[in-house]
Design a protein around this ligand. Structure first.
Ligand SMILES: N=CN[C@@H](CCC(=O)O)C(=O)O
Ligand SMILES: [Zn+2]
Length: 411
């Protein structure tokens, strides 16, 4: 099965030689081919180049005159599987309460956990499926999904089974992350070590037995999981082959990043509050920093200091953080635009961060995140545009005409 895209106005994120990620000044470069073709064979990118080298084939043709083609977004941090919603907390924040105050009143993550434990697996699947379909239509072709709204053995397993079922039923690539350490349930508020025991002795072995997770996460934050508690979680995950991807530095900097780097975490995510020491410790490591600008936007907290980090030579990935509390949106087009508008990333840097570096932060940059022979044919075809700068510039418009996953059009 072959499909040939012809007359592509500009083919973005072209990497002839595969690379795992881009860092620092490299991020300002987004290699492209103008007036290009791309050949898809059995769901894989078989060939691409300038139109003058386009093969003459009697196959399905997509004429992309005037349109930009780029790899689909790689969203490396989401909580798409959740039950119900938290609109009331949204209004409470408008009326002056902070995220912390709402959480202290039993709202926040515990509010979502209560709803999730009252919801059947089938119903949870139906609710989550709609959100997954929505982000696919918005151009996301690979997504990481976390558990973390169960906080009980049954609830966490339910979430992870829903994620597994989504991965089986949809063409989008899905990585699952176990986030039992998202918050302490009320019953364990004064007995943290007992909840860690529950995660390590009850949840993890069952999750490993059913092969339900690829990664392990914890909310390393003042008032949530301490550095030492998160280290226990990371060590326990390692025993089951689960590498860490950690929520850290969302509200406070407490030397959590150093602990994550020490444990060779695949990514450290949020980073709204970052110190010079945090930046220093991330240099020359395999840990990808991940910024979540839609979260900063929605709950009015600082944006990750992208310029400072890129100037220090660090890589950066962008993800949505789609969740009911701090980011009820999985729209990666908005994430890219917000990174440009609020974090002063150039469109080239933002697209690198939301494709190749996002793939790295999910451990899939050998198959996703760039236009490279042998990688999955996961493509966004835009509407006719002046240039790709219009993607972040026209931040409120839907500029996507077609989304192709594994070589097949889904939109
Ligand atoms: N900060 C921790 N976890 C989520 C929010 C969880 C919630 O409020 O439901 C986040 O990444 O923002
Ligand atoms: Zn999150």
């Amino acid at each position: 099965m072959q499909t040939l895209l012809i007359n592509i106005k500009e083919l973005l994120q072209v990497r002839e030689t595969p690379i795992a990620k881009v860092s620092g000044a490299e991020m300002a470069v987004l290699p492209s081919i103008k007036n290009a073709f791309l050949l898809i064979e059995n769901g894989i990118i078989a060939s691409f180049g300038p139109m003058e080298n386009c093969p003459k084939l009697n196959v399905e043709i997509i004429d992309a005159t005037g349109k930009i083609v780029l790899p689909t977004w790689c969203d490396s941090h989401t909580h798409i599987v959740y039950a119900g919603n938290r609109e009331q907390e949204f209004v409470d924040r408008i009326n002056g309460l902070t995220y912390e105050e709402i959480a202290n009143r039993g709202g926040g993550i515990l509010n979502s956990a209560k709803k999730l434990n009252e919801t059947s697996e089938e119903e949870l699947y139906c609710q989550s499926q709609k959100r997954l379909e929505e982000v696919m239509q918005q151009g996301t072709g690979a997504v990481e999904i976390k558990s973390g709204y169960g906080l009980t053995v049954a609830g966490e397993l339910k979430m992870l089974r829903v994620i597994k079922k989504l991965a089986e039923n949809y063409p989008i690539a899905i990585k699952a992350t176990f986030l039992g350490a998202h918050a302490f349930p009320a019953a364990y508020k004064e007995n943290h070590s007992a909840y860690l025991d529950l995660i390590i002795d009850q949840m993890l072995p069952k999750i490993a037995e059913e092969k339900l997770a690829d990664y392990i996460d914890a909310f390393l934050e003042t008032g949530y999981f301490s550095v030492a508690e998160t280290e226990r979680i990371m060590e326990a995950g390692k025993k089951y082959g689960l590498r860490a991807k950690i929520h850290v530095n969302q509200f406070t900097a407490i030397d959590g990043i150093a602990a994550c780097v020490k444990h060779n975490a695949l990514s450290v995510d949020h980073l709204e509050i970052v110190t010079d020491a945090d930046i220093e410790v991330l240099k020359n490591t395999e840990t990808m920093p991940v910024a979540l600008p839609s979260c900063s936007y929605f709950i009015s907290i600082p944006y990750t200091p992208a310029r400072q980090m890129l100037n220090a030579g660090l890589p950066l990935a962008l993800a949505s953080d789609f969740n009911p509390g701090t980011t009820p949106s999985g729209n990666m087009n908005f994430v890219v635009a917000t990174a440009c508008i609020k974090m002063k990333m150039t469109p080239e840097e933002a697209i690198n961060a939301a494709t190749l570096n996002g793939a790295y932060a999910m451990g899939i940059s050998d198959t996703h995140g760039s236009i490279t022979k042998g990688k999955k044919a996961n493509l966004i075809i835009t509407k006719p545009l002046n240039s790709f700068y219009e993607i972040p510039y026209a931040f409120g418009s839907n500029l996507i005409e077609q989304v192709i996953l594994n070589g097949k059009s889904i939109l």
